[in-house]
Ligand binder design. Sequence first.
Ligand code: LLP
Length: 431
Amino acid sequence: MLSDNIQRNEDGSLSFAGHNVPALARQFGTPLYLMDEERIRANCRMYIQAFRDNFGDAALPLYAGKAASFKQIYRIVGQEGMGVDAVSPGEIHTALSAGFPPEKIYYHGDAKTDEDIRYGVSKGVGWFIVDNEAELQQLNIEAERQGVVQKVLLRITPGIDPHTYHSISTGTVDVKFGVALETGQGFAFVHQALTMEHLDVQGLHCHVGSEVFDESVFEDTIDIMVDFISLLQQKLGYVTRVLNVGGGYGVRYLDTDKQIDIPARIAHVAEHLKQRTGEAGLPLPFFLMEPGRSIVADAGMTVYTVSTVKRIPGYKRYAIVDGGMTDNPRYCLYKAPYTVLNADRDTMFYAVYDLAGRCCESGDIIQPAVKLPDDTRRGDHIAVCTTGAYNYSMASNYNRLGRPPIVMLTKDSSYVAVRRETLDDLCALDN
Ligand code: LLP
């Protein structure tokens, strides 16, 4: 199986996190997001432990809430000792409503409005990750107005190609995020930030992309950032106390994908950073990373019910389910691959189907060309694996479809972390 929290039972039905999937589908209805709480916690602990082993107390992993943002996830990652990367007042509000400590929130975003900045400062958000000069100026004004000195990290674009798909690659020189090193603007950005009286410039941030599998991406990033940190020290006498290298470790969506040994990767990255800063005569900065996908992806599964099977002789077969691009837009957006299973039964006799959704457009495909039982039929439950990251958080109400609930699974129980959107919810904002 793709992940050790997925199993086939003797009767052919599927188990996820030790729970029978068809039984959960009957209890909670479909479409249904399931999340394995123990797996989320284990993924957090893997980062916390690897950081402790390699950096002692001088490092903190931040959960990137954009991967999946709802109150209970912030309670869980908070209990495990993680910080949080948030990108909007909405994510910050969700975290704070769950009791997450504001001082452990790192506020991202390339287009913060005056209102966003005011909100973040007033809520006592510990850290702003400043994306650009306009934000820098406004944040300084707002910090003065509220009588605080705001801690910041400056987002630098290191000019790295992480060899992932284009729309999630963020480190190359021409992206919309951060300020480029290559053009000299990065240096000017730091220089300017250091003149801001109400900002405490603690260090630098960079993020090169998501779904990163290549061994050397973070090491290459560190080479570039340490050279820059050295330059800042020589030219400006500025000591970088904090270095945040972003998120990005890839996960397995298919059996054929590689499994990244994250603790081993972190050990390499730590060793590399220590070596490079040592050679440059620099102090080791406090180290941050912002994993999102690798915390929640393999903790998720989406369950659907087949509404109909269409056979178009000589062309293809569709299995059409009660969800779609509204709860999982990732194939439509990125051609993202997924493992798809019939949750009720296994068989020797398979056929190839396009798994399609219920939205009124032909492109509403959750996954093309999947192998499902030859006799797949109305009422069958279909499981799509590894949907914990960027599914719920990117879900929409297209066609006025309600978003599915999130049901959390623990060792011996299940509970609703986010309830299903009702028809009335869909009209709740309408006058
Ligand atoms: N830090 C920053 C600044 C980021 O922009 C991101 C992701 C992360 C951390 C977390 O990266 P992760 O560990 O999850 O790879 N919607 C796309 C992914 C967009 C990623 C955006 N930034 C998808 O569904 O694949």
